[in-house]
Design a protein around this ligand. Sequence first.
Ligand SMILES: Nc1nc2c(ncn2[C@@H]2O[C@H](COP(=O)(O)OP(=O)(O)OP(=O)(O)O)[C@@H](O)[C@H]2O)c(=O)[nH]1
Ligand SMILES: [Mg+2]
Length: 365
Amino acid sequence: MNKRKPEWTPEGAGAEYASSVVSPQESQSSPYQRQKGRVWDLDTLEEGIKAGNLTHISKAITLVESNSEKHFAAAQELLTRLLPEAGNSIRIGITGVPGVGKSSFIELFGLHLIQQGKKVAVLAIDPSSTLSRGSILGDKTRMEQLSSHKMSFIRPSPSSGVLGGVARKTRESIVICEAAGYDVILIETVGVGQSETTVRSMVDFFLLMQISGAGDELQGIKKGIMELADLIVVNKADGDNIVRAQAAAGEYNNALHYIRHATLNWDTKAMTCSSKTGEGIPQIWQIINEFTQQTGDNGNFQQRRLAQTAQWFEELISEAVLNRFYKDSKVQDRLPELRQRVKEGKLPVAYAVSILLENGNLDKE
Ligand SMILES: Nc1nc2c(ncn2[C@@H]2O[C@H](COP(=O)(O)OP(=O)(O)OP(=O)(O)O)[C@@H](O)[C@H]2O)c(=O)[nH]1
Ligand SMILES: [Mg+2]
């Protein structure tokens, strides 16, 4: 704070005319900045992230994952600062049923990328952890070498909250990782519920992982998921399983002739790979490079990102408006009774809704 004197101060007057002036910079500082030197100092976090400091990246992600309102303001300020540095990566979603080999694949694939001079970040969206409050994905035991490599960063799934909330945290974590200079962001998710669609809405390239099973290969696959994929990989193509895996890939390729592909002008294909022997891993990276090149040239890459952000914005508005509505005390006062009257057939549904939207004002009745 500055000690300043008003303009009308008589000449030669002393300190009795001084007033305290808060400089604009100080008044705009968040509560976080005022806690300089503490864990969440934003300047330090920002600098650390831009320098690729792993501790600071982790702390920043913990900050965006926090559910407290105080942390929300700080997280948003940090993200605002980081946004200009973000966007320079390829974001790859990897999905498949539990046990298909996602984490094993990411271990070998990540190491291959590092060999190509890339920095790799691995994030996870685990819808089941929102129920069990535990994190089963992105487990570092399956990614032993990758997790200890200095060119990689692995973050398990946020362990609580609804899918929508977890997705927001992952999107924000992507911004942090990109600002920290990661070239490839891998997002692992188990194929459960809406998680595939959610991950598809935040990545550039979507890899669907499968294994060959007995009989009809396509039976086990959820309708619609193939339409999200930019590449289908039949994993565990090793040992006795090679022939079966190749046959499965062939069946997927046939089926792909008849479905709509996820990306305009991109031919989604199926291929085999082994996350045990590493067979197929370099080819997968090559395909992703072709994809980036092609969609970059025809503008689809950038267009999809813009559309994703726009869509996310609208989704968040809907979510926030709904939250505000249910939190409104007048709505809370009236809701149980109106719900009951609607149930009993005593009040038309649309009428009950209109009453609630008038902030529970029953004068309308
Ligand atoms: N033979 C063989 N085994 C594999 C391959 N990939 C993974 N496995 C094995 O399959 C099992 C499951 O692998 P994970 O990588 O944990 O599978 P995941 O899809 O990440 O599983 P969740 O995280 O539980 O959804 C492990 O025992 C792996 O060793 C492969 O290409 N070939
Ligand atoms: Mg896994």
